[in-house]
Design a binder for this molecule. Structure first.
Ligand code: FE2
Length: 272
């Protein structure tokens, strides 16, 4: 199974960038499964259904979550609550019978090359979200699906977290149990893609798709006042065009659960 995964797709710049480069990458890599992290899709802090549908039209089958997925619940809820929703959210929220968390933490997708299980996890360190332990949560899910006799051609994990240590430890924890685990959220692509134990493909962070010359997608001006004064009420602005864009993605090939190839992709939009 050939997999093409995008990290955080940010701000307003994504629309032209993804429309321009996703079809090219599709032709080049012929993916059976296309995944994108959409927690920054709309105004930097949430995905709206109409934007998700634009990505669906470009061939994306699964959208993973993050710390901003639920920023505007009202618009997203009907879309994320659908049993066949492409949009998932982090698996490791606490479960309470009186307050069910909308959506699901994983999705099973039938592709032309077999079934894929895609799981979304959220980190706990420096994130501000009071989430359940991601290690225990994924362990519980994988054990349950195994007990139920579920088989997958590929198991893919998006670990949306701030620190490099969390994904290093998670990768080691899941070594030989998942086909591919990658980080999202820092918006910076790391140079450490590899296959560990001859089985599990990994990269610390895929990197973001959005404006290159920016404060991780937003204008410098929107964060500089806070950096200089410590006051946080200035607010960030996702300008439609901050100069050239960057597209960051990850290609991986999985055969019978095992990652056999991994390649990071980073395209800087030429200045016209
Ligand atoms: Fe994030």
């Amino acid at each position: 199974m050939k997999i093409l995964a995008f990290g955080d797709i940010f701000g307003q710049k994504w629309r032209t960038l993804v429309a321009r480069y996703a079809p090219e990458l599709r032709r080049q890599y012929a993916p059976d499964l296309m995944i994108a992290n959409t927690e920054n899709l709309t105004q930097g802090k949430w995905p709206v259904p109409s934007h998700l549908e634009e990505l669906e039209a470009l061939g994306f089958q699964v959208f993973t979550g993050g710390n901003h997925t639920f920023a505007h619940m009202t618009e997203l809820r009907p879309y994320i609550d659908r049993s066949d929703s492409p949009q998932i959210r982090a698996l490791n929220y606490f479960e309470h019978p009186n307050y069910p968390v909308p959506g699901r933490g994983y999705r099973i997708v039938q592709t032309g090359k077999g079934r894929a299980l895609v799981i979304s996890l959220l980190g706990a360190t420096f994130m501000g979200d009071d989430v359940d332990n991601a290690f225990i949560a994924i362990d519980r899910l994988l054990s349950r699906l195994e007990l139920e006799g579920e088989k997958f051609e590929a198991i893919v994990v998006d670990y949306h977290r701030e620190t490099t240590s969390e994904i290093a430890l998670m990768t080691e924890y899941l070594r030989g149990r998942v086909s591919l685990i990658y980080g999202t959220h820092t918006h910076v692509q790391t140079n450490d893609e590899r296959i560990i134990g001859g089985y599990t493909g990994t990269i610390t962070d895929i990197g973001a798709t959005g404006s290159l010359d920016s404060a991780i997608g937003a204008t410098y001006g929107s964060f500089m006042p806070s950096a200089l004064t410590g006051v946080r009420f200035f607010g960030s602005k996702m300008e439609p065009d901050l100069g050239p864009g960057v597209v960051c993605a990850l290609y991986a090939e999985v055969v019978n659960g095992v990652c056999v190839a991994i390649e990071k992709i980073r395209i800087i939009e030429p200045v016209e």
